[in-house]
Structures are given as C-alpha cells and as structure tokens.
Design a protein around this ligand. Sequence first.
Ligand code: OGA
Ligand code: MN
Length: 321
Amino acid sequence: MPITLSPLTPGFACEVGDVDLTRPLDDADLAAVRDAFARFAVLVFPSQDLTVEQHLAFARCFGTLERSVATVMPGETLRVSPEIADIANLTSDGRVWAKDHRLRLFQMGNRLWHTDSSFKQPTGCASLLYARSIAPIGGHTEFADLRAAWDALDEATRARADGLIAEHSLQFSRRRLGFADWSPQERVAFAPVARPLVRTIPESGRRSLYLASHIGRVRGLADDEAEALLARLVAHATERRFTYLHRWRVGDLVMWDNRCTMHRGTEFDDTRWPRDMQRATTSDVPDAFDDALRAAGYGTAAEDAARSTEAARAEAARAAA
Ligand code: OGA
Ligand code: MN
C-alpha cells in the first residue's frame, strides 16, 4: 500500500500515513515523501516506534547528518549519539533537570522563533524530531511558513529585504535570553556566519525569507535599523495565517525544512515533566549561499565563515593573553 497524505493545512503541514519508518522505504514511497516535503514544508509521521538507528537511517535519506552542537560544548556528557540533538529536559543520567542546569538555560533558546543550524556552515536542511515521551500539558511545537510569508509581503519590503546579508550565531539567539557564558572554544565554534535574508528553495523554485533568532546583525545596516527590520519581518512571518501548531503524541516523528520555516517550542513545566525529544538534522549543500554572498561582495559562504572563525580565534587569544 502506498503512503497516504492528509494535509493539516492547505499548503504547509501534512500528515503522512501508511508508512512504517522502522524499515527502508521503497523508491516510490521515498519519492512521494520527497515530493510532499517540497510542497509542504512540515511532514508529520504519526505512531512510529523507532530505535535511534532507525531514526538516523530515515533521516539519512535526506542528506548527510550533522553533529549536534552539544559535541562542541566542553564538559557536557552526551546522553545520546553525536548525530542526535538532545531536545529532552533530562540530565545525562536520565533525570528531569533542575532549574539552574546549564543546558536548560541554553535550550530555552528553542522557545524563540528560529530555524535549526542557520549558524553552521553548511546550514541545516531537514530536521526530524521524534517524541519518545511528552509533557501532559504544553510543550507543543509551532511552525511558520516563510515561503507563504514572502509571497504575502508587500513590494516595498520585498525590495528592501532582497539582497541583504544577515549574520547568524548561536551566541546572538542566546544573548536574547541573557545567556553569555561561553567558553573560548564555543566562541570560536559559534562565530557568526553570513546568510542572505531571502533565498530560493531549489526543489520547488519558491522564494522564501530566511529568518531566525540566531540573526544578530544585518550587514550594511545600523544595529537599531537591523533589529527593527527583523522584528517586523518576524512579526509578519509568524502571523497566525502562516503557522501550524503541532500537539505531540508519543511516537510522532515531525520533519521540517529549515531552509524555509521557523519553529519554536511552547511553554511547559520543564522541571516537573520529562519530555524526551530527539532530533536528527541533515546539512544543506555547502554552496547554497555562494551566489547570494558573491553578489553582495563577500566571496563564498565557506570563505566568509573561515574569516569569521579566524577573527573569533584571534579575539579569544587576545582575551587569554
Ligand atoms: C528543535 C526545537 C522545539 C521543541 O528540536 O530543534 O527547536 O518544541 N524543538 O522541542
Ligand atoms: Mn530547533
């Protein structure tokens, strides 16, 4: 039996049924999933019962898996394999964390509208988040369609945003929450990278905003001007008409396209209820932004990232001296 598609919204989120992700999909089913992913940008696969290996194997169908940011955070014991981003509120020995746990402060960033790994080179493409246990109340995930938001944007704002280059860093999104306690290695690992504010998704040809709480600067704009423009774009892109709220059930695997969506976790009592969510994320092609960055005069994305890393390294060495 081929997979079935049941749209949850007209063009953004879709449920995928009659599919068992514990086994490799045949070519026709995989092609159907890829098509659906290009048309919708959020796919929900309910009632899955996956081992970590099965989760990773399905994710690999969509590209090379990135390693989680926790792998560069010194002193953190990984609860899961390096290809899994641990979205749970659990300590490495499996207990619900305390209010002052360092990773808790850090993970609060997931409550801000963001896209995964826009601050990495290469950036994140597909994220596949799997629910092993959920909170009885709250702890939903909300998604915003940045293609639809672009389509609905007025001409003047489109003209203003198109061609602008933003700088993304994990340090910028965590700074919004007052988190600034970075080790020298983290400052280097999370040096800002340059990304266009507007992009085209190759599979669909659709134009999209590329926004995230990770953006901290827009090149060529004063900080106040940049912040005002970003705030307006994010407010527009997250209007109810562009969003879908996912209420989790245990066994849901939700897959989204980080190239053209933002998401955020909603509140829940995270020092009370265990919520064990695990994510695998694929990397986009490394040259996805080269044309946009060259057109703006910055060389390739890799070159720009290398310059930024070098500057952060020099800064860290100065601070240590
Ligand atoms: C993520 C994320 C939000 C949530 O997995 O990347 O941001 O609701 N999750 O857990
Ligand atoms: Mn995320």
